[in-house]
Design a protein around this ligand. Sequence first.
Ligand SMILES: [Zn+2]
Length: 239
Amino acid sequence: MQRVGDDIFRLGRRFHNFYLVVDKGRATVIDAGGSRELPLLEAALAASGLSLDDVEALLITHGHTDHIGFARRAADFGVAVKVHEDEAPFLRDAAAGTQVRPTEVPFWKPKAIVFMIEMVRAGAHRDYRLEDFETVTDGEQLDVPGRPRVVATPGHTAGHASYLLEDARVLCSGDALVTEGLISPRLGPQIMADLFHADPAAARASAETLSSLPVDLLLPGHGEPWRGPIADAVAAAMA
Ligand SMILES: [Zn+2]
């Protein structure tokens, strides 16, 4: 666990992240890692004197297995899971969305191999779809800890959303804008390789829209936090 803001914690492992936002003894979680990673969340909550009972919402950026891992179990514990309305079909049914096409992943690249090992350790090779969740819409500000605003960022998947914590000037960007690729050795703000996106052109267009947001801490789904005006991050990613 890494403290990345006043009451914002980065969880996950080397190659993938999810986030815990704490406010006045209540919590919001953004993304759900792999299916085996609920204990990471429980430990982070415990470190703040909290438990799953204190989680008001689990916000999902998109329906890939390294982002929804323990969401179904969290829902079973009574946590309200929320996702952008356009991602709802994919959250229910893996066949309704676009998965990364395994035949296109260059597994001979060392980084891809390490990433795949991490995915198995995290339980992201298992796919648990959900029935119990709520939908949110673009621009909606959610009345949960951190007061996150929904920012639709389609392209990586059809209903991908990022979450803007306006007061903290933080954006949890999921896989719309990352700081580490899963096959490229490049570090720093970047758009994932085309093969990871359902619609690469839409993914680039979504990333560009982020540059006008009031953000100076980028918390991506993959890679280290990035500090600075988000317009600089977007410009670097587009270069
Ligand atoms: Zn991802």
